[in-house]
Design a binder for this molecule. Structure first.
Ligand SMILES: Nc1nc2c(ncn2[C@@H]2O[C@H](COP(=O)(O)OP(=O)(O)OP(=O)(O)O)[C@@H](O)[C@H]2O)c(=O)[nH]1
Ligand SMILES: [Zn+2]
Length: 220
């Protein structure tokens, strides 16, 4: 087993309570093996649905879906894919809130394997290190590309940033639409879901309000 994978199973960036439930043998197979196996399973699902997978439009679908799962939608299950987060010394002594907002969320609901689409807004107050801005977006993208529930996605992003930046003073808000709510089941196209996690100074209403004012969402 890959050494990064061992680290991931007890992932030090996030607490054990917040980790995505994984099998012990999650990383025993290569991506190519996973794609080959998922391709076979997905062909069976299509056949079970009554589709003729020898049709030239359908014949490539099992492979396409398998590759999409392993390399795209769920790439964030692979510990090697966690972005390298560059941080820099806070030499300018910036000690106020920094907000990265409207970060795109493209995730998948772990209950139905349907899309979760929305935005993440993140604020933090630097201590001795500041983070390269794009790395916040990359970290969100990484945790989003797993089968998820919105609450756990929020917590995973929060805890990783807290550990990486060595401060509890981080706040994460996610607003998202779940296609499992809008396109099937209850088929409610209007509702959306907001989750919020924070630590440190953001436990104070004043600091949270400053963050919400910057987001121009003072009513949250
Ligand atoms: N808390 C939480 N629930 C979610 C999330 N994504 C989907 N769900 C819910 O997970 C639940 C699964 O409930 P079940 O009753 O087992 O599944 P279901 O019969 O397909 O439910 P319906 O969607 O009501 O038809 C549904 O209520 C979903 O709306 C999420 O990110 N967080
Ligand atoms: Zn769902």
């Amino acid at each position: 087993m890959d050494k990064n994978a061992i680290e991931f199973i007890g992932e030090h960036h996030i607490s054990s309570n917040s980790q995505t439930p994984l099998r012990k043998d999650a990383f025993d197979k290569s991506d190519d093996e996973k794609i080959k196996n998922i391709q076979q399973h997905f062909a069976k699902i299509m056949e079970e649905l009554g589709l003729d997978i020898t049709d030239d439009s359908l014949s490539g679908t099992p492979y396409r879906v398998a590759k999409m799962y392993v390399k795209e939608l769920f790439y964030g299950l692979n510990p090697i894919a966690r972005p390298t987060i560059s941080t820099f010394s806070n030499k300018y002594n910036y000690k106020k809130i920094l907000v990265e907002q409207d970060i795109e969320i493209n995730s998948s609901c772990e209950h139905h394997f349907l899309p979760i689409v929305g935005k993440a807004h993140i604020g933090y107050i630097p201590k001795e290190r500041v983070i390269g801005l794009s790395k916040i977006n990359r970290l969100v993208d990484y945790y989003a590309h797993r089968p998820q529930v919105q609450e756990r996605l929020c917590t995973q992003i929060l805890e990783d940033l807290q550990n990486t930046l060595n401060t509890q003073d981080v706040i994460v808000v996610i607003t998202a639409k779940h296609l499992c709510v809008s396109s099937r089941g209850i088929k409610d196209k209007e509702s959306f879901t907001t989750s919020i996690e924070y630590g440190g100074v953001f436990q104070n209403q004043n600091e949270r309000n400053e963050f919400f004012t910057i987001l121009k969402c003072p009513d949250i």
